[in-house]
Design a protein around this ligand. Sequence first.
Ligand code: AHG
Ligand code: MN
Ligand code: MN
Length: 338
Amino acid sequence: MTAPDEDLIASPVGITLERYIMRKQAEFPFATGELSQLLRDIALAGKIINREVNRAGLSDVTGAFSRQNVQGEQQQRLDMAAHVRFVRALRNGGQACAVLSEEEEGLIYTGNDHAKYVVAMDPLDGSSNIDVNVSIGTLFSIYCRVTPVGSKATAADFLQGGRRQVAAGYVLYGSSTMLVYTTGHGVTGFTYEPSLGEFFLSHPDLRIPAAGRTFSCNEGYWYEYPAYVRAFLESCKRRGLPGRYIGSLVADYHRNLLTGGIYLYPPTAAQTEGKLRLLYECYPLAFLMEQAGGEATTGTQAVLDVVPTDFHQRCPLVIGSPDLVQELLACVAAASAG
Ligand code: AHG
Ligand code: MN
Ligand code: MN
């Protein structure tokens, strides 16, 4: 009889997200479990959306929805499906008193006024890729409310500033589905095992390589970019660095996080604050990036230090490996000196 294949036997699917969250909670003696439950509710919504995304081509959920969002962008049917699923999961889960979504102008009250958390989210990121089977994602950002527990949440709960996030993360619906999150103690990644319906720990303590190579931006805006962005990109090209742009922020970000690189959505002539939204795109990714050893800047200040004034305000984003972000900032300095 041959010896059992050691690798096969020794490769369990590993620790589940549920168990991991419980273990982490046990490390904090005063933790009451609400944030843990909230993260589990988000993971559940992620699984539900993953199922919709996976069978999108078969279940008549692709294509445009009959509405534009508050930013005047055409909503996709899957954008709205994800929005509805997420809000429902957070309402039923009971740990969020209000939700802010890219797809709704105002606050969404969950009816859980005794909950202590609020969640800002981009239910589905990468709208232009929804119908063409390219990776898309969900982004989330969590705050502890500043208004009294038991009262109705207000704008103040969402406009606290990026450094007040208590947790943030994303679900990437890619060639495999992953959930990546931080609670301010490093970044952890989980991969979804669809046949078991569970996320399993796959990327403990994610760190971005300090020296990045890949640059990611929409070069179609070349003539609209500020001179410092063009100078930076020219320097990248002179060195033969690889350019990669999927057009789904979460997917571009995830690749750069794992392999090292920089993502840019700078101001353009047409969009002077860029396109991305501060509260539910830039803040969560900046929090994750700093926790992973990288940097996130607008070009003039750290993204997490931008003062929020509006639910849907836009913010320029330059994010990734420290060496490339610093090089971009040197181009900003050179442009303003010269
Ligand atoms: P959303 O689908 O949530 O509106 O976000 C789309 C964003 C982001 O995912 C992506 O990086 C960017 O739009 C692409 O914009 P361009 O087509 O202007 O490059
Ligand atoms: Mn988005
Ligand atoms: Mn979106």
